[in-house]
Design a protein around this ligand. Structure first.
Ligand code: SAH
Length: 268
């Protein structure tokens, strides 16, 4: 078991900060939240991160932290691990919220990147393999038809503005809608349309909610594995494209990490 001294070391190794030429503090610590192991591992390897052996999270939880120094950044990839009973990835909003909260508490990141795959709507111009930066996030499966609670359920919010990042990396930009189901019920479809979404995932709006509570900016990078309004069944298309699309996702995320290196938040 880690001693209290080990825990302090694990946390304090992430606090070096320098200034940009105009005197603003550069981004120093980044937390990348990724729901699935298949999405996370290629990036862990690319950035040469190693698995944490300190308990920055409560003992017994399956959440995994990979970390290391990449260029001038302390990079942490947080993957919520596998369900302790069923052995599948802890996807969805509950685990995403918990790891976002715990990571912010333990690591005090300057910036969070939520990276993952998503379904895309061809009617909105999405194609398999496209990488999107989400301009807005909202939920589509929290229907509460009582005045004001209805808006609370949808939880729509704009994401942190990154005009230079979008321009430099030539990313597509679209609205993201989040729910806890991979499929799309007619109710969800109505809400997703109302949210004006181009992409659909199972974590984004939850990460946004927690990060907003704790005032940490988030950038959402989502790669399209399946076309929701297409002919192919979602599960089949998702599994067919997961590995190839993950390569595009990881390339985009490493470009984002390269871009933010030595910059302050206002330069994104
Ligand atoms: N059967 C899969 C389950 C993946 S669930 C497995 O191999 O375990 C889908 C994951 O990818 C979630 O983390 C979600 O955020 C994202 N995703 C991809 N396509 C999606 C879609 N069409 N709708 C919702 N989430 C999607």
């Amino acid at each position: 078991m880690a001693s209290p001294e080990d825990m302090v070391e694990a946390v304090t190794e992430t606090t070096t900060t320098t200034n940009t030429d105009d005197g603003k503090p550069t981004i120093s610590t980044v937390v990348i939240i990724i729901a699935m192991q298949t999405e996370a591992l290629p990036l862990v390897n690319k950035l040469q991160l190693s698995q944490d052996h300190h308990f920055v999270f409560p003992e017994g939880v399956p959440w995994v932290r990979y970390h290391g120094v990449y260029k001038d950044l302390q990079v942490n990839i947080i993957w919520p691990g596998k369900d302790l009973l069923l052995g599948v990835d802890n996807i969805g909003t509950v685990s995403a919220s918990l790891v976002t909260y715990a990571s912010i508490q333990a690591l005090k990141p300057d910036l969070i990147i939520n990276a993952g795959t998503a379904g895309g709507f061809k009617a909105k111009g999405a194609c398999v393999g496209d990488v999107y930066l989400a301009s807005d996030v909202a939920f589509h499966d929290r229907r509460i038809p009582i005045p004001v609670f209805d808006q609370y359920g949808i939880g729509a919010r704009q994401t942190f503005s990154t005009p230079n990042l979008i321009k430099e990396l030539n990313l597509k930009v679209g609205k993201l809608s989040t729910g806890d189901s991979l499929d799309m019920s007619p109710h969800d479809e109505t809400s997703i349309l109302a949210n004006g979404a181009t992409i659909k995932d199972m974590e984004g709006a939850a990460v946004a909610y927690v990060a907003d509570l704790l005032s940490v900016p988030v950038v959402f990078i989502k790669a399209v594995t399946d076309i929701v309004d297409g002919e192919k069944p979602t599960t089949e298309e998702f599994l067919q494209n997961l590995v190839a699309v993950t390569a595009a996702l990881d390339q985009a995320v490493s470009q984002v990490v390269d871009f933010i290196n030595r910059k302050h938040l206002g330069e994104l």
